[in-house]
Each structure stands twice: as structure tokens, then as C-alpha cells.
Write a protein that binds this ligand. Sequence first.
Ligand code: GTP
Ligand code: MG
Length: 196
Amino acid sequence: MIIKSAEFLTSAVTKDQFPDADRPEMAMVGRSNVGKSSLINRMLNRRRLARTSATPGKTQTLNFYDINQTFRLVDLPGYGYANVRKSLRSEFGPMIEGYLTDRETLVWVIQLIDIRHPPSALDREVSAYLQSIFYERHVIATTKADKIARGAYARQLQLIRKDLHLEATHPIFLTSADSGYGIEALWEHVEGRLVK
Ligand code: GTP
Ligand code: MG
């Protein structure tokens, strides 16, 4: 993917604050701190466009980025950053769920999973929910590939596939926002629906 322009468009909490639904969108979903904002920056070759932090809970609003004046990336707040376990609905939040279930221009939902750890109960719940709504438009991207040895990649992917009950053909990618590993492969998979 050639990034000619990448610009922050707007932050939104409620639906009336979303930009007009006139471009294809790809959203990043995942646990707090899994690396959603970092992956967006790496995919766009921008160091600090999306704000990142070592402390979970950095992204608190839906943040829309315009890419090449053609499509959008949407950075979502993380789930799972709460001391008390809540239901999927309240955990995911009306903000995120409202966007995911009611955005006709949403063509890809990328769910991020840290390659180092087995998916949490909430990761599994969210995955099942997204698979049932988005089917092949739900993609898993494992993050932080730089943190484990390459020799361990296949085994970790297999474990995650099993834990999330992904079919053999369900797309799953290894990525690292630090090294750039896997970014081009992910772009190649998604670009057809984003760029007409
Ligand atoms: P919230 O906005 O809180 O939901 O988090 P997020 O999912 O947007 O995570 P963010 O991108 O802010 O990254 C969280 C931390 O993980 C930061 O300290 C990043 O530097 C680190 N991180 C993200 N991706 C990678 C990666 O691929 N490799 C390594 N080593 N660190 C990463
Ligand atoms: Mg973030």
C-alpha cells in the first residue's frame, strides 16, 4: 500500500459525531494495550499520528483517520481494561458496539491479539461476536511479533486459532509495529475492499 496522505479526521463518542459514511472503513478492535494505535501508525508509516502509551486505556474515543482521501482507519478504545468483569455488552461499551453494528461502510474489522499470550476470555467472546457479524471481514492480527522467537510463530498461531475457534481458512496475520513484520501482508489482504 502506498500511503500518499494520512490525516486525523475526528474523534467521536456518539453516532452524530461520526464522519459521513461515505468511505470504506477498517476498524482496529482489541484489548487495551494490545497495540491498536501502534499498528495504525506502522501501517501508515507515521510515528505519532495515533497516540500510544505503555499504560492501558490510552485511546478513549473512536478516532477516524483519512487515508489517501480514499478510505479510513478507525482506532477504537480497548476493551478489558476494568477491574470488575462486566458483560460483553457493557464491557464493549455502547460506543464501540454502536459503531460496529451500525456502520454500513465498515468493510474490515481487525481484531488484535498479543502473540505472547493465550487469548483472554473476553478476546474469545469478542472474537465469536465479531465472527458472527462480520464473517470473512473479521481478521485476526497478532501483535508484538518482535517479542517472541520466529521459531515459535507457527505454534502460537495454532494455539490462537484453536482458542478462538477459527476455521482453517480464517485470516490470521502476524505483525509487529516495532519491526514492521507482517504489515505488507496485512495491507495486501485488506486493500481490495478499501481501494476500488
Ligand atoms: P489502548 O489505546 O489503551 O486501548 O491501547 P492500544 O491497543 O492502542 O496500544 P498502544 O498502541 O498504545 O500500545 C501499547 C504498548 O504496547 C505501547 O507501549 C507500545 O509501544 C507497545 N507496542 C505496541 N505494538 C508493539 C509491537 O509490535 N512490539 C512491541 N515490542 N511493542 C509494541
Ligand atoms: Mg490506543
